[in-house]
Ligand binder design. Structure first.
Ligand code: IVH
Length: 699
């Protein structure tokens, strides 16, 4: 492969990896999904496919190994002696057939052999491990990253389905299962939350996760949480020889088990059970997102063992996302903060999976046309037109999407949709980058839509988080001519305080108190962490995750800014350093260069720094033998995953890079190290084994 092609694939893998990482963080750590389950699964599937086709280009920081979440520091940590694994997914019959074949191949059984399986509904909640010592509930822990979870015992004891004591239990018994909320109780919970003006949950799973991960167990107690038991973790002696037997034992111990489980012989019975559960999915009072197939015999399970993240003896056969047909009423074009034009379908309201939907994303111009930028067909090349009957799917909670068009219903007078040829936000010129589907307005600060979006982003929670300054206020202040850049926000009090010519408190719907509150919260936001400040600037491809990585690496605004200005002035070694930071891709590096090149940025940053104080990145507080040193990891590590090793190194004050350069102080080598080890030796870089590294850091 030519280097150019390689670079594109590496960039693609890195971009996908970052998307997976961010979506995973939002889902697992913040109980606030960015993508629907279907979208997330397809993102992971795309990544895995590309990885399989290009095994030598896999990023060091493989996000697949990290799906799940590190435990939150708000809870005590519990180590899972037996890792709390996830399940690999099957999206169709072929995947299930392949799974059955691979199990038999591994066990050395004839392909004609029909294995015994247990098929169970895959409840969409969150997994919990309950450890009993001498029959008494000792700890309840969430999955966390699979190895270390969060201690939520204080909340688990408020769940009725969880026995607090078990008679005749083995000395150590860990029961695993799913915490969830019934659909009917979820609706009531949201009604209650609405009446109290409290957080509305996106779906039952998030409600369950948010309720279990509460610091105050009084809150959890009033949430309708339930628990299904389905497997074991650590045990002091064996209780059963099969999944079928285990379910009986768990039921006798007093656990609720799912009555809708099915013993199946051979792959055909698995597929029949899938159809059966899929058909009754709607009528079940709990959310099910698939069917889990488990090899029944525990001796077989033991032989099959596990991969890094999932057992070989089980698979989750996922349901297709939920969808409904409705009429496309109009297509609206929205302009984002970086000028990207996003078409949105306005729909005749329709219920999909219990939620009313009236708009859906149409992604970009190519998606509407039915051909991607390489000329490949989308939806068999059928375009999308206003008036069409479209099938919309939701697959959970976030932005609905258009899947297909019912051509039979298209009227003869329907017309193709023409994407605007000037920006709907300012009338400015539009540019479509070669090889990209995205169309952008390049008017920057002269485009009203972009200015408003940039300011909304600047004040958002991930930026400088100014309470009381939302979309509505920003539009109204902008239209009054009070705000046109984020700097104006910090001058609001000076220009529109009570003694000014045009005081805020005199505006309709404002008063003395509300104006003072806003000025106070603006003042509160003047001390801003470096990662939040970088994110607030709203640079393309520099979102939360990238901002955090940059802040951890450069530590202070002064250093970061100096390096970015050097890069903008063409200093290639600083650009290379940036591009080599673990977690920074070429696209982000390139956009940073473009951003800091601009005169507009120079002025904005200069003025902002007169108003705010950018504080150091939070992470670099530890002084250790490796503080300030640039280190590189290579090969597969034993004691920790790559991401754990990276964050551990960063906590200890080291900087983690992807490639060996003049700056590299140490290369830490796991098994199977290749070209990096060779390069390090050539460059005279210190090489340590994983053990030596741990000893050094802790010395
Ligand atoms: S067995 C080794 N059985 O699905 C993993 N998991 O996507 C054993 N889940 O983390 C899990 N229903 O939280 C199992 N009947 C069921 C399940 C189930 C839901 C969840 C579980 C797991 C996730 C994987």
């Amino acid at each position: 492969m030519k280097n150019f092609g390689k670079k594109i694939i590496i960039n693609k893998l890195t971009a996908l990896a970052k998307e997976i990482e961010l979506a995973s963080k939002k889902y697992f750590q913040e109980d606030s999904p960015l993508l629907s389950d279907g979208e997330f699964d397809s993102l992971v599937a795309r990544y895995k496919k590309l990885k399989k086709e290009n095994p030598n280009l896999v990023p060091d920081n493989d996000p697949i190994l990290k799906i799940g979440s590190p435990p939150s520091s708000a809870f005590a940590k519990v180590e899972h002696n037996v890792p709390l694994l996830s399940l690999s997914n099957a999206f169709g019959q072929d995947d299930v057939i392949r799974f059955d074949e691979s199990v038999k191949r591994f066990l050395g059984l004839e392909f004609s052999h029909e294995l015994d399986y247990m098929a169970e509904p895959k409840i969409d909640g969150l997994s919990l491990g309950l450890k009993y010592i001498n029959g008494k509930l000792f700890t309840a822990a969430t999955r966390g990253d699979g190895k270390i979870g969060e201690d939520v015992t204080h909340n688990a004891i408020t769940i009725r389905d969880i026995p607090k004591t078990i008679s005749n239990a083995p000395e150590v018994l860990e029961v695993r299962g799913e915490v969830y909320i019934l659909k009917s109780e979820f609706n009531k919970l949201n009604e209650f939350q609405r009446s109290k003006k409290e957080k509305i949950f996106a779906n039952a799973r998030n409600a369950a996760a948010g309720s279990l991960r509460q610091l105050d167990s009084e809150v959890t107690k009033n949430r309708p949480l339930r628990f299904f038991a389905y497997s074991l973790g650590t045990i002091s002696h064996n209780l059963a020889s099969s999944q079928k037997q285990l379910m009986k034992v768990l039921s006798n111990f007093g656990f609720t088990i799912n009555e809708d489980r099915h013993s199946c012989r051979g792959v055909n019975q698995l597929l029949q059970t899938y159809e059966h559960i899929c058909n009754k999915r709607e009528s079940l009072d709990y959310e099910v997102d698939g069917v889990v197939y488990k090899v029944n015999n525990f001796s077989y399970q033991e032989i099959l063992g596990a991969r890094s993240n999932s057992p070989r003896w089980a698979i989750a056969h996922k349901f297709p996302p939920e969808e409904s047909f409705t009429k496309l009423l109009s297509i609206e074009i929205q302009v984002g903060r970086t000028g990207t034009l996003s078409p949105v379908a306005k729909l005749a309201p329709v219920e999909i999976g219990g939620v009313m939907v009236s708009s859906a994303t149409l992604h970009n111009e190519d998606f509407i046309k039915g051909f991607d930028n390489a000329g490949n067909r989308i939806r068999d090349g059928i375009d999308i037109r206003v008036g069409d009957l479209v099938s919309v799917y939701r697959a959970g909670d976030v932005i609905p999407k258009v899947k297909s068009i019912n051509l039979a219903e298209r009227t003869i007078d329907s017309k193709p949709f023409f994407f605007p040829n000037c920006c709907p936000g300012c009338g400015g010129k539009l540019i479509k980058q070669k090889d990209e589907s995205v169309i952008r307005c390049h008017a920057g600060l002269s485009c009203r839509a972009q200015v408003l979006e940039r300011m909304k982003h600047f004040v958002s929670k991930q930026g400088c988080s100014i309470e009381g300054l939302g979309k509505k206020q920003i539009i109204s202040f902008y239209d009054l001519g009070w705000l046109s850049t984020p700097v104006d926000i910090f001058r609001l009090k000076l220009n529109h305080g009570k003694n000014s010519d045009k005081p805020l408190e005199k505006l309709a719907n404002w008063g003395r108190k509300s104006a003072e509150n806003l000025f106070d919260s603006i003042d509160d936001s003047r001390d801003l962490g470096l990662e939040r400040f970088i994110n607030a600037l709203g640079i393309r491809y520099v979102g939360e995750v990238v901002s955090l990585t940059l802040a951890r690496y450069y530590e202070t605004w002064t250093v970061f800014h100096k390096k970015m200005l050097n890069i903008a002035r063409g200093k290639t070694d600083d650009f290379e350093e940036l591009n080599n930071i673990d977690g920074i891709g070429l696209k982000s590096a390139e956009e940073l260069r473009i951003y800091f090149e601009s005169k507009e940025t120079e002025k904005l940053v200069e003025e902002l720094l007169l108003e705010i104080n950018v504080t150091r990145s939070v992470s670099r507080t530890v002084l250790s033998p490796v503080s300030g040193l640039t280190v590189v990891f290579t090969g597969s590590l034993e004691a920790m995953s790559r991401s754990e090793a990276k964050s551990f190194a960063e906590k200890m004050g080291a900087k983690v890079s992807n490639t060996i350069s003049l700056k590299t102080a140490i290369l830490i080598c796991g098994a199977g190290a290749g070209s990096k080890l060779r390069k390090a030796k050539e460059a005279g870089v210190k090489v340590l084994t994983e053990d030596e590294w741990v000893k050094l850091v802790k010395s």
